[in-house]
Design a protein around this ligand. Structure first.
Ligand code: GZL
Length: 335
């Protein structure tokens, strides 16, 4: 019985030789590299959202490292957060006749046409990180990624703890820094947070401002500056990712306020810079969203290529952290 442990050690063995043989070859066309068993290495076409955040960079590093370890011949493209770039990358992988296509869809809609082309070409598609809305469930095999709605709920529960620790009394005026408009994490994190707010804090919590910062530091900084102009009495920032929270910190300090004290901040991701800000007392709590999906992705790609059935949603494991835990956690953070 091939369990996960010996499956991965077998893959490492194949990869080690595969990587060597691949290194020896200049040509990276799909037919070029073969594994130790003489079999042609699986060719995976991967379309990445972009490089908008620390989370995204860690995710890219994980996918590339795991492909090497697994002996998978990775074709990688960065869409710079543009759907049209992802669609043309997927079309190019279809033309190249790759074995499997994987991508992290920048937004949830607009994929049916290109996914139907992949299906017609008999190339299986794996979603990583973010999901899509589609009328035809057969257009992708599985999603390897987090439950963003639960992340939004976890962020709200963390805010309850942060408010209690800060001894906050009375109304809670929240500014929400949303992720990319139309992206699954932005839609679902907002939904999860609102669910807890409506169910448990309808009387005292209010989102007084909410706008997209596009998951970037610059976006978080710019939107937070505008929020502070219009709502100088904001008590809390709920940021859909650490990069926007870090940008918001710059605007809060520029306004002469103390982030983490005058304005409490709860974020999602758990990248290193987020933990550093928490250890400096500037972010109060973070709900982790694990970007290290590479190993799970390669395992799924091999199973899909071998025609095995896989779960429809392979969820990642992640934890929650408050400011007091940051310093101790920092040395062992992997991203
Ligand atoms: C979440 C991922 C989001 C991160 C952001 O899985 O899609 O995109 O939370 C990243 O940091 O930009």
């Amino acid at each position: 019985m091939l369990n996960r442990r010996n499956f991965l050690s077998a893959a490492v063995g194949v990869a080690a030789v595969g990587a060597l043989s691949a290194c020896a070859k200049k040509d990276d066309s799909p037919a070029a590299s073969t594994g130790a068993d003489g079999k042609k290495a699986i060719v995976l076409g991967f379309s990445q959202v972009g490089s908008e955040s620390g989370w995204r960079s860690a995710n890219t590093d994980s996918v590339k490292a795991s492909a090497k370890t697994a002996g998978v011949n990775l074709k990688f493209s960065d869409a710079q957060q543009k759907q049209e770039n992802q669609i043309s990358a997927i079309r190019s992988y279809i033309t190249q006749k790759v074995d499997v296509i994987a991508f992290s869809p920048v937004v949830v809609t607009g994929w049916d046409a290109v996914l139907k082309e992949a299906k017609a070409a008999k190339i299986p598609v794996v979603l990583t990180d973010r999901s899509v809305e589609t009328s035809d469930e057969s257009l992708y095999v599985t999603l390897v990624g987090s439950d963003f709605t639960v992340e939004g709920e976890r962020a709200a529960v963390l805010l309850e703890k942060v408010l209690a620790t800060a001894g906050h009394k009375g109304a809670v005026k929240i500014a929400q820094l949303e992720g990319t408009t139309g992206a699954a994490p932005a839609i679902e994190r907002a939904k999860g947070f609102k669910k807890v707010m409506d169910e448990k804090h309808a009387a005292d919590w209010k989102i007084v401002a909410s706008q997209t910062g596009d998951f970037t530091r610059a976006g978080g900084k710019q939107v937070m500056a505008a929020f502070l102009q219009a709502h100088p009495d904001i008590n809390v920032v709920f940021a859909h990712n650490d990069d926007m929270a870090i940008g918001a910190i710059q605007s809060i300090e520029a306004a002469g306020k103390k982030p983490g004290k005058d304005i409490l901040i709860v974020s999602i991701d758990g990248v290193k810079d987020g933990f550093v800000a928490m250890s400096e007392g500037k972010i109060n709590a973070i709900a982790e969203c694990n970007p290290l999906l590479g190993d799970q992705l390669m395992e799924v790609v091999k199973k899909v290529h071998a025609g095995e059935t896989v779960e429809r949603w392979i969820k990642t494991k992640e934890g929650d952290f408050t400011m007091d835990q940051a310093k101790a956690a920092l040395p062992t953070r992997k991203y």
